[in-house]
Design a protein around this ligand. Structure first.
Ligand code: IMP
Length: 192
């Protein structure tokens, strides 16, 4: 079975391929000749994951899965959420995004936040969504150099360090993306 991962991130694709039975072959967007940027114009994380998966299935005729992630901050009513990548404007800049968020939370007591990943799978005419959430808090300053995005200012619940101070193995075990991906993998491993 061939299944497109609506991504061109080689690491992400390899990681998922290694966790699947060899009967399922993961194809990247480049491999199916999809070289254009897929619109991400929805106003929710779920909506964008659905848009991306449907774009590939409708335009290229492949079964497909797509993911979308955002950071939801309680004090900011869930912002930056679906706009996490471009919170401080375009082109996307993680440092500017972190500066903007730290400023928005200056002097604020409630620093509760969560990362949410939604994966949409279109398979055999059926759509299924998988959601992974990592709860935590936004720190007052950056710590750590690993990871990407908001990792230096996100401290997951039950840990004393930020995502950027963890090994990629530990982050993957507890992260939003890790959880959503494992739900997808379990589902694919159990289809008859
Ligand atoms: P995407 O949907 O995976 O492209 O994620 C959208 C944006 O959310 C990224 O550009 C990052 O700013 C942020 N983000 C997603 N996942 C993570 C993470 O694991 N750590 C830190 N930031 C993340």
């Amino acid at each position: 079975m061939q299944l497109v991962f609506a991504s061109n991130n080689k690491n992400k694709i390899k990681e998922v391929q290694q966790l699947l039975p060899s009967t399922i072959q993961i194809l990247s967007l480049a491999e199916i000749g999809c070289l254009e940027e897929i619109p991400e114009t929805a106003d929710t994380i779920e909506g964008n994951a659905i848009l991306k998966a449907n774009y590939v299935t409708e335009k290229y005729g492949y079964d497909c899965f797509a993911d979308d992630t955002g950071l939801e901050v309680d004090e900011l009513d869930g912002a930056p959420g679906v706009y996490s990548a471009r919170y401080a404007g375009e082109p996307t800049d993680s440092n500017a995004n972190m500066d903007k968020l730290l400023l928005a939370l200056e002097q604020k007591k409630n620093r509760v936040a969560q990362f949410k990943t939604v994966i949409t799978l279109n398979l055999n005419g059926k759509q299924t969504l998988f959601t992974g959430i990592a709860k935590g808090t936004i720190t007052e300053k950056r710590s750590g150099a690993a990871g990407f995005g908001y990792d230096p200012i996100f401290r997951p619940s039950d840990y004393e360090v930020t995502f950027a101070e963890m090994s990629s193995e530990l982050k993957n075990e507890i992260s939003h993306r890790g959880k959503a991906t494992r739900l997808l993998i379990d589902y694919l491993n159990n289809i008859k």
